[in-house]
Design a protein around this ligand. Structure first.
Ligand SMILES: [Zn+2]
Length: 222
């Protein structure tokens, strides 16, 4: 593991994704976005149009327009740079007051399939959910939702209908969690939403399991 970590550092050494400055000695949150470039990462509290499946939806970045957020999310998801989540958490802090207004009982990150979790080593949605949980002081239930089928990533599918088909029936509410969600307001958390097919499908499963309301927070909207 140490060897692989070192190899990663050689292939993808820590540097600011914006100004390219080398940052190996910086604290985690500043390693992939230096202190100066953090000023350029500006979140905006916005609502996504996912009614009626989701009662209220929020996001902070336009995936394509906010290039820095996209770079950090890309490093997190595809280069397995877990520290990029710490940089994104700094951005979330800037919207702390709005995030604090989210009124829910518990937080459910969109789960990864165990196979993908093993490949990546962490669930990026869980890392984002942890930061939200810290701000709103609500519990994060990593095991509330499970992915029972392994499917190809939604981003590889362009057509909206095919995305819906690809994600249909993929999730289940884990049995011990039923009692937890019944009558509750659950906040779904994901990294990026495009058509919303994934979080809408998660919302359907949660409501079928008795959730009274489902809200969503995604870091970016594509
Ligand atoms: Zn920089």
């Amino acid at each position: 593991m140490g060897f692989i970590k070192n190899l990663e550092q050689v292939l993808f050494p820590p540097h600011c994704l914006s100004c390219k400055k080398d940052t190996p000695e910086e604290p985690a949150a500043m390693r992939w976005l230096c202190l100066e470039c953090h000023q350029l990462l500006i979140p905006r509290w916005q609502k996504s149009p996912y009614k009626p499946e989701i009662d209220e939806s929020y996001y902070l970045f336009d995936y394509k327009k906010d290039g820095l957020a996209k770079k950090l999310l890309h490093a997190l998801k595809y280069n397995f740079v877990k520290e990029a989540a710490a940089s994104l958490a700094v951005a979330m802090e800037k919207e702390r007051l709005n995030i604090k207004k989210i009124n829910c009982d518990l937080i459910a990150p969109v789960p990864l399939h165990p196979k993908r979790l093993r490949e990546r080593g962490f669930n990026q949605s869980y890392l984002i959910a942890q930061k939200i949980g810290e701000i709103i002081e609500k519990p994060v239930g990593e095991d509330i939702l499970k992915r029972k089928h392994y499917r190809q990533p939604q981003m590889k599918i362009k057509n909206r209908n095919n995305r819906e088909k690809n994600i249909k029936g993929v999730f289940e509410c884990a049995k011990p969690s039923f009692a937890h969600v019944a009558g509750k307001t659950v906040l779904l958390v994901d990294d990026v939403a495009t058509t919303g097919a994934t979080i809408k499908e998660c919302a359907r499963v949660l409501k079928n399991s008795g959730a009274a309301k489902v809200l969503s927070f995604t870091l970016a909207q594509d």
